[in-house]
Design a protein around this ligand. Structure first.
Ligand SMILES: NC(=O)c1ccc[n+]([C@@H]2O[C@H](COP(=O)([O-])OP(=O)(O)OC[C@H]3O[C@@H](n4cnc5c(N)ncnc54)[C@H](O)[C@@H]3O)[C@@H](O)[C@H]2O)c1
Ligand SMILES: O=c1ccn([C@@H]2O[C@H](COP(=O)(O)OP(=O)(O)O[C@H]3O[C@H](CO)[C@@H](O)[C@H](O)[C@H]3O)[C@@H](O)[C@H]2O)c(=O)[nH]1
Length: 432
């Protein structure tokens, strides 16, 4: 099939490339010229394992193209996918300006042939209808069906997730569009849910909000474990063996970050409140997450009697999760800002996110190329992102490098017992 994908970010670039890998002809469009030029030189603007090889392979095969010209891409496409950002606004509502702007541009670019318009961006319930209206206003004779096909990939494993989705959700009221989209996705999975656009849009928000709820729930349990000398690691293991609960997304720590959970929980909360309903669970999920990154600073205070002034703190990991360079809503930002305000000196290591961190953090930070260089002579090490370079530091290396043997494990990813045996003062989140 012939596809146009509008927006070449984490979702658009990975999906577009993956559909090309399945044999489709895909034209990816972005309005940022520099990004398109980079991609045309086989340079990948984001860090995503496995993506570079796949982009090159499909470009060389003549199935994948990059352009800034939306008209050229849309007029040849049978399916047009919208994959632009829907960031948070001040009220918590999703900002739909980018989606609406693309809808208008699609309207200006369509030809007479039937085109399926797919929204892959995470959007409020009712957006497919709004996009349909905008396109028809721009081009009243448009032969289109506007559908919602939300994206569920995770950053850091986006390529794998795209080829092995748990399910594909197709929201449409058109049988013709449902058939075309089922054919497109069939090579990826048999688990294809076809529903109406509104329910499809809600499935995306509900899925993210549920996963965020699991994380805030186990973080709340961790905070209670801290008060009663229980170990949340053991608690999560014991809970997770119950098939009704499951072990995934029960990893306690400094809270969820990234470009999705924080904004999507708030956007869903806004949708509820906009209709006069108070979503108490979503409010609590957000509230627990807001205090969670502060927990590592509380542990430092306990160890240093509240005196952080002048101490060098090694921050291991900056990205919101491993295997990505994405700093959007990364817990490291709040932690570093707080430590800096309290007079701490920050030495930070991250294998991929330093350039993005520099743009987001207006704080004096010494960046190091190696994890070991960050902890060398520091008063304490804080594990913020569980990169393999950070979790593979041995207890002996911590002991030798640190000025004071203090390790705060914000991700509960280090081996507590062996660190303690090596004489390290170890504090995790809810870990006794
Ligand atoms: N990042 C993820 O892991 C993920 C996963 C699932 C769903 N989503 C959702 O998918 C959407 C996109 O997220 P993302 O992380 O890929 O965003 P992103 O910010 O990485 O990429 C968006 C891209 O769209 C481009 N763009 C904006 N307006 C444009 C226009 N008019 N024409 C052409 N290009 C334009 C931007 O330049 C940018 O490159 C969001 O709604 C997000 O919530 C994201
Ligand atoms: O047990 C857990 C699991 C995750 N996290 C944190 O939660 C955040 C999100 O992690 P993850 O879900 O792995 O990454 P994302 O790339 O943000 O992916 C989520 O958001 C995407 C955008 O909507 C969806 O497509 C994915 O399905 C959904 O998992 C990160 O800060 C993680 O550190 C925890 O603290 N504990």
């Amino acid at each position: 099939m012939k596809l146009a994908v509008i927006g070449t970010g984490y979702v658009g670039l990975v999906s577009g490339t993956s559909f090309a890998e399945l044999g489709n002809t895909v034209v990816c469009v972005d309005k940022v010229e520099e990004k398109v030029e980079q991609l045309n030189r086989n340079e990948i603007p984001i860090y995503e394992p496995g993506l570079e090889e796949l982009v090159k392979k499909n470009k060389d095969a003549g199935r994948l193209f990059f352009t800034t010209n939306i008209q050229e891409a849309v007029e040849q496409a049978e399916i047009v996918m919208i994959a632009v950002g829907t960031p948070e606004t001040e009220t918590g509502a999703a900002n739909l300006n980018y989606v609406y702007a693309v809808a208008e541009e699609i309207g200006q670019s369509l030809t007479n042939s039937f085109t399926v318009i797919v929204n892959k961006s995470t959007v409020p319930v009712g957006t497919a209808e709004a996009v349909n209206e905008i396109i028809r206003k721009t081009y009243p004779q448009a032969e289109i069906d506007v559908c919602s096909v939300p994206e569920f990939l995770r950053e850091g494993s986006a390529v794998h997730d795209t080829f092995h989705p748990d399910r594909v959700v197709i929201g449409t009221s058109s049988e013709k569009a449902a058939d075309m989209l089922t054919e497109l996705h069939r090579p990826l999975t048999d688990q294809i849910v076809v529903t109406d656009p509104r329910s499809s849009e809600m499935i995306k928000y509900a899925s993210n909000a549920f996963l965020a709820t699991k994380i805030s729930f186990i973080n709340e349990i961790a905070n209670i474990c801290d008060l009663y000398d229980a170990d949340v690691h053991a608690v999560a293991q014991g809970m997770g063996l119950d098939h009704r609960i499951g072990p995934k997304f029960l990893h306690a720590g400094i809270g969820y970050g990234g470009s999705c959970f924080p904004k999507d929980v708030k956007a869903l909360k806004f949708l509820a409140e906009d209709k006069g309903y108070q979503p108490n669970i979503l409010q609590a999920v957000n509230d627990v997450n807001n205090i969670q990154s502060h927990k590592v600073v509380e542990h430092l205070d306990r160890i240093f009697d509240g005196d952080i002034q002048g101490r060098t703190i090694a921050v291991l990991g900056l990205a919101f999760k491993p295997n990505t360079d994405d700093m959007r809503e990364a817990p490291s930002i709040k932690i570093i800002e707080e430590l800096n305000q309290r007079g701490g000196h920050i030495r930070a290591f991250d294998p991929a996110a330093v350039e993005n961190a520099k743009q987001m953090l207006d704080v004096d930070i010494t960046y190091t190329d190696q994890a070991l260089a960050a902890i060398d002579g520091a008063d304490a090490a804080l594990l913020v992102t569980e990169w393999k370079e950070c979790v593979s530091i041995t207890p002996e290396q911590f002991k030798q490098a640190l000025k004071q043997p203090v390790v705060i494990d914000g991700r509960n990813a280090l081996d507590k017992e062996s660190l303690k045996q090596a004489g390290i003062i170890y504090h995790g989140i809810g870990r006794k």
